[in-house]
Ligand binder design. Sequence first.
Ligand code: FES
Ligand code: FES
Length: 166
Amino acid sequence: MDHIRQIELSINGAAHAMSVEPRVTLLDALRERAALTGTKKGCDHGQCGACTVHVDGERTLACLTLAVQAEGREITTIEGLADGDGVLHRVQQAFLEEDAFQCGYCTPGQIMSAVACIREGHTGSDAEIREYMAGNLCRCGAYNGIVAAVRKAAGTHAAETKVEAA
Ligand code: FES
Ligand code: FES
């Protein structure tokens, strides 16, 4: 079929060549073509945040992004967050320490949003964290733990930044 496009996506620092129809979403490309199933499909309509990834460092809903739009940009998924040696990202560690998940289905998207939220500097208060995490729904009882984890990871980040700046 001549409408199939050959594209190469850069995901977590690795090149992934794939054939896609132009209508294929980044979410389906990640899960079904690149076998990276950490990014979750919830609503598939931009309303739950389960599919949140980073594209060029910005949080992005993979279900509302076409795979072809992501070509030439750097995509980071939950699989790319920990160091190569297996050391967890501080936000992942904070989620563990603060019991920030129950069913865990929303967790990858929550963590990707949390990393961006901290990077954007929107962690001045619990209210601000809640506001900037509002696009990521959690339907069970973990939400207070999520806010606590973001607060904790942001504090760690602030301390790290100070040490680096000294
Ligand atoms: S699956 Fe993308 S926002 Fe719900
Ligand atoms: S932990 Fe998020 S929906 Fe259950």
